[in-house]
Design a protein around this ligand. Structure first.
Ligand code: MN
Length: 134
């Protein structure tokens, strides 16, 4: 196998925070396909724990989550020493409701509005991490 066959996500860790099983399977599936190592969390408190343990290169953060919502989980992760520089992409369900502005205020670096095509997620993750994607 030549170096050109290296998958773009190889060696990169993504924390996927999403309480919807269907979305989680789709996003985890496509990210894994592109070589990323994916850890999943299904609520905001679990996201904070996983961020510290798994040390992801990037976090995909659903905003509407049980236990602790995505805005508060983002605020707390961004306040942790050594994690404040990890890019967090908010996954917003309602484009018109002010969720985006609140996401950026909470410290998210970027946002995408659902429904999101899986390949679009990969493209955005690669763009933010500066990875080559063919
Ligand atoms: Mn949700």
């Amino acid at each position: 196998m030549s170096a050109n066959n290296k998958k773009p996500g190889q060696g990169k860790r993504i924390l996927l925070v999403e309480d919807n099983l269907h979305n989680r399977r789709i996003f985890a599936g496509v990210l894994t396909h592109y070589g990323f190592e994916v850890e999943e969390a299904t609520d905001g408190a679990a996201a904070i724990e996983a961020a510290q343990r798994f040390q992801p290169d990037l976090i995909l953060m659903d905003l509407s989550l049980p236990v602790l919502d995505g805005w508060e989980a983002t605020r707390r992760i961004k306040a942790i020493d050594g994690l404040s520089d990890r890019p967090i992409i908010a996954l917003t369900a309602h484009a018109m409701s002010g969720d985006r502005e609140r996401a950026l205020e909470a410290g998210c670096d970027d946002y995408m509005s659902k429904p999101i095509a899986p390949r679009q997620v990969v493209a955005e993750v690669c763009r933010i991490l500066g990875l080559e994607r063919d």
